[in-house]
Design a protein around this ligand. Structure first.
Ligand code: CUA
Length: 242
């Protein structure tokens, strides 16, 4: 393969990666705003990485086959154009990957700070999840509801949800993969999550930090329900605790 053709292949691969990588992926079909952001980024990075992987493997395979049994290898001469093009191409790819990742990582619903949690909108639902060896405790501070060893965490759909995460003993981690939520539960510290559940349904919550013998028992279900069902459930809880 001539150097020109090599450079051309590289160029085409780069352009394909850049174009497909920046095509916005439809947010439909996701269960929460955070899941949409994270899975879209994952798809974009895969689309960029795949052609590069295929290209590198193809070059490797070509080289191995083309020069097999070559007893008198000659050193390759300098090719400034090729060197400049692969340096620039790599830099461009990294810039695109960096920009795409930064957009998601810096999104307030992926990286939520204490200030953002304090400035939560009026209609936001605020809950606190506390990890214990070995169960989850959920608090709804506005309603004065606390449930120890919770197995179903009710949350309304189509409303902003702010979750404060902490621990009563060792480090745990809240992980709800289908909603794109993950935050460490650290004793003496608070972490914050923010999302909006888009579809009704049950989403599995796991403890994602090994925390002792009962680690695998630290599961719960996040249940996204319509607003009226959520209000009804809150009322039931308040009545049963009084
Ligand atoms: Cu808690 Cu693992």
């Amino acid at each position: 393969m001539s150097r020109v053709r090599q450079a051309a292949t590289f160029g085409i691969t780069l352009v394909a990666g850049l174009v497909f990588g920046t095509v916005p992926v439809a947010a439909a079909g996701y269960d929460s705003t955070t899941e949409a952001l994270i899975r879209t980024l994952n798809t974009q990075l895969t689309v960029i990485a795949l052609p590069i992987t295929v290209f590198v493997l193809a070059v490797l395979l070509y080289t191995v086959l083309r020069f097999r049994g070559n007893d008198e290898p000659k050193p390759t001469g300098e090719n400034r154009n090729l060197e400049i093009s692969w340096t620039v191409a790599t830099a461009l790819i990294l810039v695109v990957v960096g920009v795409l990742s930064y957009q998601v990582m810096a999104d307030p619903s992926v990286t939520t700070t204490q200030e953002m949690a304090q400035d939560a909108p009026e209609d936001a639902v605020e809950v606190t999840l506390v990890g214990h060896q070995w169960y989850w405790e959920v608090q709804y501070p506005d309603e004065n509801i606390t449930i120890q060893n919770v197995d179903t965490i009710y949350l309304p759909v189509d409303r902003p949800v702010y979750i404060t995460v902490t621990s009563g003993d060792v480090i745990h981690s809240v992980h709800v993969p289908d909603l794109g939520l993950k935050a460490d539960a650290i004793p003496g510290q608070r972490s914050f999550l923010q999302t909006r559940i888009l579809n009704e349904g049950e989403y599995q919550l796991y403890c994602a930090e090994f925390c002792g013998a009962g680690h695998s028992k630290m599961t719960a279900v996040v249940k996204g329900v319509p607003e009226d069902e959520y209000e009804q459930w809150l009322e039931q809880q308040q009545n049963s605790t009084q």
